[in-house]
Design a protein around this ligand. Structure first.
Ligand SMILES: [Zn+2]
Length: 448
């Protein structure tokens, strides 16, 4: 029997970059004879974002597309016996910092780690609330790439749903990652400060502060967001400084960052540490959207974060890293450096003790927790929020945009393109296998 497929495809242009361009495609298939849905797959089922590199990538510590958007499905530390943390010293103030990085708006996406379902922010929320309940002096921090390269539930609504999630969770502070610049600085500032957008109307903005110390407006000479912020918790001042990778201009559309300078991370951190020291702030946490990784016991740390930890002022106590979606939990030059994978599938739980006399952090230790869905109920409020946004994007996702007489597959070539063997796709046609090229829709510079 010959099938004629009607296709409903929604393209989400995740990040339109010079050299690296991303596209995400969902498709549903209908049998034309009875109009019934016969299949529902994501053409990008293997990877949430399709990445195509067209020019020699700049030399960086980690490869460009794959490692920057990869997902780690096997996590050795999960199987290791947990080392019991030392009992809290009652002379010191106990503070908990819960950190997430590289969420990429994956509000409703379930993945697998060690063969078991993980992720979705309603589960992440349940974990964060559980850990928060352990210590009333808990701060929630985010380390960038909360938005961008996101699925339809967030991307089709200008990623406002993701900021709304962070608002609802009571995040304390965050920094911008490279993906926050995907649609340019003005859209980033609208997301944070609020404003109208033709696609979504009025938006109230982020209710928690965002900081970035190394992104300067060339005209004013000032940072586009405050470089640091001091938060008092249980009477103890903690200084937070944010930075984003200086590779950002190479990873985003140029016109969105015209006149914006991304300056050296270490210089920016040290300049602001000096300022914080002048104010008597001794507990200092850096939110760095920079890559790094380590072994599960903190051994063999590598990446830009190692360089940053070795070069920043010794008053810095903790560095939350980000960007390459990896595990990191290492002591480097007496600084605790952590990263918690990506996509809401993990978070960093950092416990610190602050000496009330010196107001300095005297001990710190971290656990990177994977958000397995098994054994925990999703947070009801956040679940409702996600469902509301799913209903909103449904009509856009279900729009019929064309038809095809060949079966579509999710086969991809080496660059992650979905192909049918046409020469410009750069893939080889295998026998008895239809392949389909979406004509590189991500070449189109418009959002949809
Ligand atoms: Zn990033």
């Amino acid at each position: 029997m010959k099938w004629v497929y009607r296709i409903i495809i929604s393209f989400t242009f995740l990040s339109l970059m010079e050299g690296v361009e991303n596209g995400c495609v969902s498709a549903r298939f209908f049998n034309d004879s009875n109009q019934s849905q016969v299949r529902n797959i994501r053409l990008t089922s293997q990877k949430e974002s399709v990445q195509v590199s067209r020019q020699k990538p700049p030399k960086v510590d980690f490869g460009l597309s794959k490692e920057y958007h990869d997902f780690v499905p096997h996590r050795p530390e999960v199987k290791q016996k947990k080392v019991k943390p030392p009992a809290p010293n009652q002379l010191y103030k106990q503070v908990k910092l819960l950190g997430i990085n590289d969420l990429h708006g994956q509000l409703n996406v379930t993945r697998k780690v060690n063969g078991k379902p993980v992720g979705r922010v309603d589960y992440l929320a349940a974990y964060l609330k559980q850990r928060e309940a352990e210590n009333k002096n808990t701060l929630l921090v985010q380390v960038g790439d909360m938005v961008g390269a996101s699925p339809p539930v967030s991307a089709l609504l200008q990623d406002e749903p993701t900021i709304e999630f962070l608002n609802k969770m009571g995040f304390t502070i965050g920094t911008a990652g490279n993906h926050e610049f995907d649609e340019g600085v003005s859209e980033l500032l609208r997301l944070i400060h609020g404003g109208t957008h033709p696609n979504t109307g009025n938006w109230k903005g982020s209710i928690f502060p965002w900081i970035v110390a190394n992104v300067i407006n060339g005209k004013t000479g000032k940072t586009i967001l405050p470089p640091y912020k001091v938060i008092k918790v249980n009477g103890m001042p903690i200084g937070f400084i944010g930075v984003v990778t200086t590779e950002t201009p190479r990873l985003v559309v140029q016109r969105g960052v015209v006149g914006i300078k991304f300056t050296d991370e270490v210089e920016a951190i040290n300049r602001n540490v000096a300022e914080l020291k002048k104010q008597g702030v001794k507990s200092i946490v850096v939110l760095a959207h920079n890559p790094g990784t380590s072994g599960s016991n903190g051994e063999k740390p590598i990446g830009q974060l190692v360089n940053i930890a070795n070069r920043v002022d010794d008053e810095v106590d903790i560095i939350f890293g980000s960007h390459n979606h990896a595990y990191m939990n290492a002591m480097i030059n007496n600084k605790l450096v952590v990263q918690a994978y990506s996509y809401g599938t993990a978070f960093a739980d950092v416990n610190v003790e602050i000496d009330p006399k010196t107001k300095d952090i005297v001990s710190k230790q971290a656990e990177i927790v994977t958000t397995f869905q098994e054994g925990i109920e999703p947070d009801k409020e956040i679940k409702r929020q996600i469902e509301g946004y799913e209903v909103k994007v449904d009509p856009i996702i279900n729009r019929v945009i064309g038809s095809t007489t060949v079966e579509l597959t999710a086969n991809q070539n080496e660059s992650g393109e979905i192909c049918n063997g046409r020469p410009h796709c750069g893939c080889t046609k295998k026998a008895n296998e239809y392949r389909f090229c979406v004509d590189k829709p991500w070449r189109n510079k418009s959002r949809y």
